[in-house]
Design a protein around this ligand. Structure first.
Ligand code: KG4
Ligand code: ZN
Length: 375
């Protein structure tokens, strides 16, 4: 534990700060964090299972539960140690209750229940999607500001692409969501198809700046019914057609071999990616960003948003960040720092803080819910 963390931690404890232990295990990351008053991250530990699932090109649920079982105890212990905190110092224990893979959720939630029972501290169940939104709330508070309401939240990850109106007191209204794939899933499927492995977002993000984003024209999904809904399956199919109409099997195989040999650098990927494929990647990323920001801006206007929150794994995307900043939205746009964009437990502890203050505690009977919705 860093001396500084220990000093901050004991000072916060002396000031009567509310320390919440957060636990996250909804997908392929086992994470634990200690956060004071919903704004000061004393520790945040994330054990990624990327190396386990990478070779399968996506998350394998059975393997994920097994890995969570292996990691949960050491990860929680490390989070407490790094924060210089004992169970008795905690005000509450928070865990993700859904949505996610049920076998994965069960591991974190059950462990949180046991800790709650053993320590006598209340259990707070947190919706994973609300957690992503609170990553931004936490950092804004930490910087001395506050997200102004009503806010528009675009939660965009491997499992979700949702637009919510967020009102004072963290009340949510669903404005739109994907009707098929999530945006991150589209990144992952396109990367897998082209031989870049899993997860696809980070590698496409790194290579897109080397291509021409106007080279391949993708049609914008026209939605019948709710125009704020998204669709990404057409884009994915268009990429598949592009691949099928060209003789690039050898190129794809070369990349798969590169991946088998280790963790390729950007230069190695570039050497294995002809210009036409770089143009395809750039155009694909550009089309995803256009889809996200067009519907995002429209929703923000519809609710007269005073701030826009973009959160979830895809919020790491540098092209999306740049485009959102220059999109000329009539209110500030907030992104979490990259470490808090992808799955982590600090966001879960932060989301639990207002619930702690409102004494919204959960019973130990609460069940993990794979299909839990936020609104
Ligand atoms: O939030 P997250 O860690 O897990 C879910 O709740 O799904 O998001 C993971 C997703 C993956 O689909 C991954 O490809 C995507 O976020 N992602 C990115 C980037 N980094 C991660 N997508 C685009 N650009 C990135 N830089
Ligand atoms: Zn997530």
């Amino acid at each position: 534990m860093a001396l500084e963390d220990a000093a901050i931690s004991s000072e916060l404890k002396a000031q009567g700060s509310k320390l919440i232990l957060g636990i996250e295990s909804s997908c392929d990351e086992t994470a634990a964090a200690v956060v004071a008053n919903g704004e000061t991250v004393l520790s945040s530990v994330v054990a990624s299972q990327m190396s386990t699932h990478g070779k399968y090109g996506g998350v394998v649920p059975e393997l994920a539960s097994r890995e969570h079982l292996r990691a949960i105890v050491p990860v929680v212990r490390e989070a407490l140690e790094r924060a210089g905190t004992r169970l008795e110092d905690l005000a509450a224990i928070a865990a993700t209750v859904g949505p996610g893979l049920v076998g994965s959720l069960l591991v974190g939630l059950t462990y949180a229940k046991s800790l709650s029972f053993a320590s006598g501290r209340p259990l707070i169940a947190v919706n994973h999607i609300e957690g992503h939104i609170h990553a931004v709330v936490l950092e804004t508070k930490r910087a001395g500001g506050a997200v102004e309401f009503p806010a528009l939240a675009l939660v965009v990850s491997g499992g979700h692409t949702h637009l919510f109106e967020v009102r004072e007191g963290f009340r949510y209204r669903l404005l739109g969501k994907t009707r098929d794939d999530a945006a991150g899933e589209a990144f992952d499927k396109v990367a897998k198809l082209l031989g870049y492995g899993y997860p696809g977002g980070p590698v496409i993000d790194r290579l897109a700046p080397y291509g021409d984003s106007q080279a391949v024209r993708f049609t914008f999904a026209k939605m019948k019914g709710n125009v704020l809904d998204f669709s990404f399956s057409g884009l994915k199919t268009a990429v598949l057609r592009w691949v099928e109409s060209r003789d690039i099997a050898a190129e794809i195989e070369a990349r798969r071999n590169l991946l088998r040999a280790g963790n390729p650098s950007t230069d190695e990927w570039l050497a294995a990616t002809p210009q036409a494929t770089l143009d395809l990647l750039a155009s694909f990323q550009h089309a995803v960003i256009r889809e996200l920001l067009t519907r995002g801006a429209r929703s923000a206007a519809e609710i007269d948003a005073r701030s826009v929150i973009i959160a979830g794994g895809v919020a790491c995307n540098s092209g999306l960040r740049e485009a959102a900043r220059s999109a000329d939205l009539p209110c500030p746009v907030y992104f979490p720092s990259p470490g808090l964009s992808t799955d982590n437990a600090a966001m879960i502890a932060a989301a639990a803080f207002p619930k702690f203050e409102n004494r919204q505690f959960s019973s130990l009977e609460i069940r993990a819910e794979a299909g839990l919705t936020l609104a």
